[in-house]
Ligand binder design. Structure first.
Ligand code: ZN
Length: 171
């Protein structure tokens, strides 16, 4: 894996190791940096036998199926992040008690040449209506309800989402 730093950010040396883009260590000045994983949330909305997917309007994986959610902010807990993202993306007011923890799964999120890696925390939320619309039209092209028996895993972009949907929600 090619390092996404060309020089040590501390001393500009090119004598460094950055194994697997995780632990950066400069042998000239001893600067060390851990490119730790980021935490993100994904929400699986269910209604009857259907699952709600978003269609991504931005890279990575533009045009592919995704779930509502996003990165957790510093000092924010995962449930609050999920509620905030749902409000921003879909305009729904949820409380943490509406969310049921399901599982976690690691993901890759390449953005502007930086290979971020995440741990995605999955919550489930059962809705009493399938009437739901997009607020964040810049991020989400459209919403699609898909029957569990008709989910095409290959149309899902992120590996974490594909894995969890395949494991728990498609049949
Ligand atoms: Zn250095």
């Amino acid at each position: 894996m090619k390092p996404f730093f060309s020089y040590c950010p501390n001393c500009k040396s090119t004598h460094f190791t950055f194994e697997n883009n995780f632990r950066f260590h400069c042998s000239t000045c001893n600067f060390t940096y851990y490119h730790n994983i980021a935490a993100a949330v994904a929400i699986v909305f269910t209604f009857e036998d259907k699952i709600l997917f978003t269609v991504r309007n931005v890279d990575p994986d533009k045009g592919k199926l995704d779930l509502p959610g996003g990165f957790i902010d510093p000092n924010e807990n995962a449930e609050a992040a999920a509620c905030r993202e749902i409000k921003e993306e879909l305009g729904l007011d949820l409380q943490p008690k509406n969310l049921k923890y399901r599982t976690t799964s690691p993901n890759n999120y390449p953005y502007k040449n930086v290979p971020y890696r995440t741990i995605d925390i999955f919550y489930e939320c059962n809705l009493e209506s399938d009437v739901i619309s997009v607020v964040a039209k810049d991020e989400i092209k459209e919403l699609i309800w898909i029957k569990r028996s008709e989910i095409d895993l290959d149309s899902i972009g992120f590996v974490s989402i594909r894995k969890v949907i395949g494991e728990f929600y498609s049949n």
